[in-house]
Design a protein around this ligand. Sequence first.
Ligand SMILES: [Zn+2]
Ligand SMILES: [Zn+2]
Length: 334
Amino acid sequence: MPELRKDIVKDAWVIIATEQALNPHDFPINKNGVHIGGSSLSCPFCAGNEALTTPEIAAVRNNNSRPNTPGWTVRVVSSKYSAFKLEGELSINDSEFYSTCNGLGQQEVIIGSPEHEVEFHNLPVDRIELVYRMLQQRYRALSADSRVKYIQIYKNKGLFAGASQEHSHTQLLALPMPPDNQQGLLTYFEQKKQCLLCVLMESEREENKRLVFESEYFFLFCPFASRFSYETWIIPKRHTEHFAEITEPEIKDLALTIKKFFNVMITLLNDPAYNIVINTAPVNVPYKEGHHWWLEINPRFLVRNGLEISSGYYINPVAPELAAALLREKINKE
Ligand SMILES: [Zn+2]
Ligand SMILES: [Zn+2]
């Protein structure tokens, strides 16, 4: 019988199959779903096609190369199709039925490789580090603007993860209001005066059912109420509220850990589509204690169905205990 489990961080319910599990190769869709299309000739993210993007905001470049020309390893541009603009004043209209907020913000694309064919998880560790260092730099720059209230970092890989460009990239969206998905952290702190994620890491270590791997600075586990099969959270062991607080040794360890995890996950799950998202504390809002940033890796095999859209209940056909056992076994052999 499946079980309904509560995600206490997100305050949401998930339906989990506890007895039978789909074999990684049983999923109806794999291999990123469908080919998205595009080639290196017309791709705006390829080296040589810099003129096809908006002017670059930041880049990691060879010594002599000029902005908006080849010679870069990481390049940041604003999203060409984004409606968000960091201009004017924040305007929130509260109304009984029709509340609105203007689209004040900025959407940026972090292109982690000038080569079209190179997937993020295939980058060498030092290049993954460059991407996270750039994300930290952009997070800091955007959070200095008091109109920005939240910075969402996310990566869509493959059509079933919502990617619209084949060329690997990560996105960063500065928003005028924080999302409502971390209430569990604040409520727990209000009641217990302790950080929920710090306590949860201890509990997962004791239970030892969903733990995948521990590196020097990070804790990897499949959460109790995983919404997606093989969903894995990477939590910094050091209590830090904002992603931007990550230190240099932590960035190095995170890149190494991500590489290690993907080496196992991509083979085990037959090259699935996936999302990487970072949950972090809001910025420029009245301070509330209880936040602790973390990164989620969510393999995507299925599109959201009617039940999920209507009730908000996700259905996960692979129990996180089984997923963690499989990942743990492979990762320990790495
Ligand atoms: Zn490309
Ligand atoms: Zn904490």
